[in-house]
Write a protein that binds this ligand. Sequence first.
Ligand code: MG
Length: 249
Amino acid sequence: MIILKDCRELQLMRESGKIAAGAIEKAGQVIRPGVTTYAVDKALREYIESHGAKPSFLGLYGFPGSACISVNEELIHGIPSHTRVINEGDIVSIDVGALWKGYHSDTAYTFAAGVISDGAKRLLEATQECLRRGIAAAVEGNRIVDIGRAVEEYATTQGYSVVREYEGHGVGRKLHEEPSVPNFVTASRGPRLNAGMTIAIEPMINEGTADVRVLDDDWTVVTADGKLCAHFEHTVAITGNGPEILTAL
Ligand code: MG
């Protein structure tokens, strides 16, 4: 069931989203060559808790970190680690959410550590553009599939592939609510978008094949061919005045 949010709930989700967005900004300040992913995670946890919220991911389904931190060929669900040092030229995806007064937010950004290759830069720009286009399609009267179409069309024209095993989702009192928000065209067009829906749109784009696999830690999702991948995400409210990005700064 899709849970629509009223004005009061939307306001709480805005506040929640602002904290998650601030955590992403914090990550941008902390990520640099030589820093461990654990140190980044700790900084995000402190940021979120200092704003009176809880990290949405901490303990969710047993996840041990406050944020998912995934480097290079790691797509999502990377576990923060004392031994994982960020190197010059890495791309580092931060996926983080805040639980504030009962409402979650969910956002992701892939950062460059130091100077990255032109190929990596192009991938980050294209994935960000996929997110922009997905959000632009999140208007009342459209269907969920219109978001996936916008993402997939752009990714494909840029020569990239779209991960099919993982997708966006509704967000609210639970981090993962209905509906699913695939980043590609599905046979089912999905539900119609109505004002009051709050969804996480999160393109996951690969340089090479679309195939991914899960590492032995049972969490980290990596590209099957070891090539780079990127992930950007915003929590978005469908409103009568178009999409409102709740996790914008
Ligand atoms: Mg998400």
